[in-house]
Ligand binder design. Structure first.
Ligand SMILES: Nc1ncnc2c1ncn2[C@@H]1O[C@H](COP(=O)(O)OP(=O)(O)O)[C@@H](O)[C@H]1O
Ligand SMILES: [Mg+2]
Length: 238
């Protein structure tokens, strides 16, 4: 689908398939301008599985940032009576619906695993809905700036272009594996398969405006978050 040409509307609705939107005009000194398209200053937060995205997001929230979490939105949309459930049920049948009406994630995972086209169909239902809800919440956010947690941020050109900054939580792959085995009780092979399906650490870092190093102790996070929080407050003020 092609979006209509950008009119002087405040913000063309971004989507992964849209052509690049017109950038905001750059201020003469280059400092006051920002590239995002939301009414609020919006920082995309991403990182590989187990890198520490949720841990870092909590530290920003504790400092007053508003969090818009695409995973949480996906859960809302696929919960009992979730807005995505009618379309998902129509596409995949009642076998992927749990007794209480929520998406049976295990059944869906099996389906997606055995049928590559199923993943595309699921994503074509879910992603635009997640996107629309996330956008509405970013624009309505009360805080000075918004942290937008998006696991697949690097994969989505549309998201990257809509956000003011991209913040990566980084740690060595081996550390990711150990953390996810501990957190989810998965086997090493299962975690490695998830990581193999994500963009590489190098690709992620290449897209970063800011990086938080979470390869060390949890205590090392707060000072890094604090420094970025101050910077984002400043940038959000323009
Ligand atoms: N620096 C750290 N040292 C040890 N464990 C950590 C550290 N950061 C996060 N964890 C733990 O590792 C797991 C993955 O972190 P989490 O924030 O959930 O990652 P993500 O949201 O990126 O998947 C969680 O159980 C978390 O408590
Ligand atoms: Mg998380």
């Amino acid at each position: 689908m092609t979006a209509p040409p950008a009119s002087p509307a405040p913000r063309p609705s971004p989507s992964a398939d849209d052509p690049p939107a017109q950038a905001r005009p750059v201020a003469p000194d280059g400092s006051a301008s920002r590239r995002g398209r939301f009414t609020r200053f919006a920082v995309g937060l991403t990182g590989g599985i187990g890198s520490g995205k949720s841990t870092v997001a909590d530290l920003f929230v504790a400092r007053g940032a508003t969090l818009v979490d695409s995973d949480a939105i996906a859960h809302e949309l696929t919960g009992p009576a979730g807005d995505a459930m009618p379309a998902i049920t129509a596409a995949f049948g009642p076998g992927i619906v749990a007794a209480d009406g929520r998406l049976d994630r295990a059944a869906m995972r099996t389906r997606v695993f055995t049928d590559p086209d199923a993943r595309r169909r699921l994503e074509s239902i879910l992603h635009p809905m997640i996107r629309a809800l996330a956008e509405a919440r970013i624009d309505a956010a009360a805080g000075a700036y918004v942290i937008v947690a998006i696991p697949l941020l690097i994969e989505s050109v549309g998201w990257r272009q809509a956000l003011d900054r991209v913040l990566i939580v980084d740690c060595p792959v081996e550390t990711q594996i150990e953390r996810v085995i501990r957190r989810n009780g998965l086997s090493r092979a299962e975690v490695e398969a998830v990581i193999a399906a994500q963009v590489s650490r190098e690709q992620r870092l290449a897209a970063a405006d800011d990086v938080i190093d979470n390869g060390g102790a949890p205590e090392a996070l707060a000072p890094q978050v604090e420094a970025l929080h101050r910077r984002y407050l400043e940038l959000a003020r323009g």
